[in-house]
Design a binder for this molecule. Structure first.
Ligand SMILES: [Ca+2]
Ligand SMILES: [Ca+2]
Length: 287
């Protein structure tokens, strides 16, 4: 009886720890072990427990450029903001420069409700950030819709370890004649390398990434894939880029930019439909 109880506790705690530390980093390896040992749950649990211990100190970020489908795409000018150091405050403030000694300011106040106060020299707007990742970690000024008025990109990250640390909520403040429109994009490991001009036509492409778990591929093994979808911005709207189709790149724990030939288009469509989450989220204006 005690043994059975210990076994159950062991299995449950392994799964729990694994989930906590973003255990799917080694999902690919597990799938192979799992199949090989005919679904022996002890071994599977042990692997989860083992990697959980390692992942307690796991890396954060930095893998994404290694899988970008167009590593030589033309860079878009992205000017980073400066984070203001505010002691003993629940606000994060980014100051963003652009020509003629002017600046924009983004202030995130988090309390019971996270509020984004957005200040451009002659305009200001307040938005309520409901269910957005908690850490306001990066901010850039750039030009995305070609109207000559600066646009802003704000990156919010979460708390997990391993791959779970790569979930980002990206807020785009897109210029219009009077004020700005905010658009929210959910992506993984979003960084300045995800805004590039792939076809060199002067219009930036926004690269969205998502991790999709594949079933058995052409080689009969299970693999995971980084799936990239491309968007252009027309005025204040995201539109799927017409020139580029979606790219699937196998996750190999080392640099890889080559689209996979492991999956058929039917398999891709199936895995995508089963797992894909919404691209966008709403950011309500606060009255
Ligand atoms: Ca603009
Ligand atoms: Ca382009």
């Amino acid at each position: 009886m005690v043994l059975i109880l210990m076994r159950e506790v062991f299995i449950l705690s392994s799964f729990f720890l694994s989930a906590f530390y973003g255990g799917f980093l080694f999902y690919d390896a597990y799938a192979i072990i799992f199949e090989h040992f005919h679904r022996r749950v002890y071994l599977f649990s042990f692997c989860l427990l083992f990697q959980s211990s390692i992942l307690a100190f796991a890396f954060n970020g930095g893998y994404s450029p290694g899988y970008e489908p167009f590593p030589k795409a033309m860079k878009v000018k992205m000017i980073p903001g400066q984070k203001e150091d505010i002691q003993r405050s629940n606000s994060t403030v980014w100051k963003l420069p652009f020509p003629k000694n002017r600046f924009a300011k983004m202030t995130l106040s988090s309390g019971e409700e996270a509020i984004l106060f957005f200040e451009y020299p002659t305009e200001s707007q307040t938005f309520s950030l409901v269910n957005v990742q908690p850490f306001f970690n990066e901010c850039w000024v750039t030009e995305l819709n070609g109207d000559g008025k600066p646009d802003f990109v704000l990156v919010f990250t979460g708390t997990g370890c391993g791959l779970a640390s790569e979930y980002t909520d990206v807020i785009f403040a897109l210029s219009k004649k009077d004020g700005y429109v905010l658009r929210g994009l959910k992506s993984m490991g979003f960084g300045s390398e995800d805004i590039v001009d792939i076809n060199c036509d002067g219009k930036p492409e926004i690269i969205h990434s998502e991790l999709i778990y594949g079933g058995p591929g052409k080689d009969g093994k299970f693999h995971n894939y980084w799936v990239y979808t491309f968007f252009n911005i027309h005025e204040t709207e995201f539109e799927k880029a017409k020139t580029f189709s979606q790219e699937w790149i196998q996750f190999k724990f080392r640099k890889n930019h080559i689209p996979t030939n492991q999956l058929t288009s039917q398999q891709k469509a199936r895995f995508w439909n089963e797992q894909h989450e919404e691209f966008f989220f709403n950011i309500p204006i606060r009255k």
